[in-house]
Design a protein around this ligand. Structure first.
Ligand SMILES: NC(=O)c1ccc[n+]([C@@H]2O[C@H](COP(=O)([O-])OP(=O)(O)OC[C@H]3O[C@@H](n4cnc5c(N)ncnc54)[C@H](O)[C@@H]3O)[C@@H](O)[C@H]2O)c1
Length: 267
């Protein structure tokens, strides 16, 4: 390569939550390709985490599976300890696990006032409390190392609102607000904390389902809201996250970056 890799991670060890598939898997692989010292791959579904670990090891990068539910503080603490002893102290945390939690389906069909309040927890727990839990477990090692990167994957729905996703949006907005306060608390230790706000990423359909969806009027209607007329891919997310985790991003903190094909625009 001519010149330095701007995404170089300088051998830092990362833990990525919800990395067994979708955007999280893309992020974990991208970090591995840019000189991460090791990757701890979390997912609620252990087999998914193990598969991604194998992919990362095939790149010649140390990796360990840490299957846990981000909502379970005890499991979270044990996983950081396991990662620390197997691949080194974690100084990069990517809070990616989200959507409707490990077993729920995200619903976009029901008005808020018609929702069963019993459904709210599945959004709040993973998207907000899960971020609290992992960040709480991660910061002590970062303070010890006097360096750290925390990136939380949120949603444009938390920035600009989305009908029939009010509680999910609230959880994501809360997570971004939480990152801003954490940024202010931890900056003096060389730690940055940022959020990346996504619009639709193609992770919820198989390629065949997506090809079928692309023929529909619903797809055309959805695309009319995007300046760049496609849905995002895990690689799109991975590139920005890798940059925010790199040394080059050491003066960027407390921010929320839209990554959305122009779905929404802000000054
Ligand atoms: N896909 C989109 O269109 C979209 C849009 C905006 C924001 N986002 C956000 O991007 C992130 C990644 O989304 P995705 O589409 O790649 O998700 P995905 O559903 O494809 O994969 C998420 C993974 O996280 C795991 N997971 C879920 N809850 C967990 C928990 N409590 N503990 C541990 N693992 C858990 C799941 O098992 C799954 O493997 C999420 O935070 C999501 O809210 C996604």
């Amino acid at each position: 390569m001519i010149g330095e890799d701007v995404l170089d991670l300088d051998g830092q060890v990362a833990l990525v939550t919800g990395a067994g598939k979708g955007a999280g898997r893309g992020i974990a692989l991208e970090l591995a390709k840019h000189n991460a010292g090791g990757i701890a791959v979390n997912d609620f579904v252990a087999e998914r985490a193990e598969e991604v670990v194998e992919e990362i090891r095939a790149l010649g990068v140390p990796a360990t599976a840490v299957p846990f539910d981000v909502c379970d503080l005890e499991q979270v603490g044990a996983a950081f300890a396991k990662a620390g002893s197997e691949i080194g102290a974690v100084t990069i945390l990517v809070n990616n696990a989200g959507m409707a939690g490990p077993t729920g389906q995200i619903s976009m069909n029901t008005n808020f006032w018609e929702e069963d309040p019993g459904e709210w927890g599945k959004y709040m727990n993973t998207n907000l409390y899960g971020v609290f839990n992992c960040t709480h477990a991660a910061i002590p090692a970062m303070v010890d190392a006097q360096r750290g990167r925390i990136v939380t994957i949120v949603s444009d729905s938390g920035r600009v609102g989305e009908p029939r996703q009010a509680v999910y949006s609230a959880a994501k907005a809360g997570a971004a607000g939480f990152m801003r306060s954490i940024a202010k608390e931890t900056g003096r230790f060389g730690i940055t904390a940022n959020s990346v706000a996504l619009a639709s990423i193609q992770t919820m359909m198989t390629d065949d389902q997506f090809a079928e969806f692309q023929k529909s009027d619903g797809y055309k209607a959805a695309m009319s809201r995007y300046t760049i007329r496609r849905w995002g891919q895990p690689d799109d997310v991975a590139a920005l996250v890798a940059f925010l985790c790199s040394n080059r991003a050491s003066w960027i903190t407390g921010q929320t970056y839209p990554l959305n094909g122009g779905y929404s625009m802000a000054q």
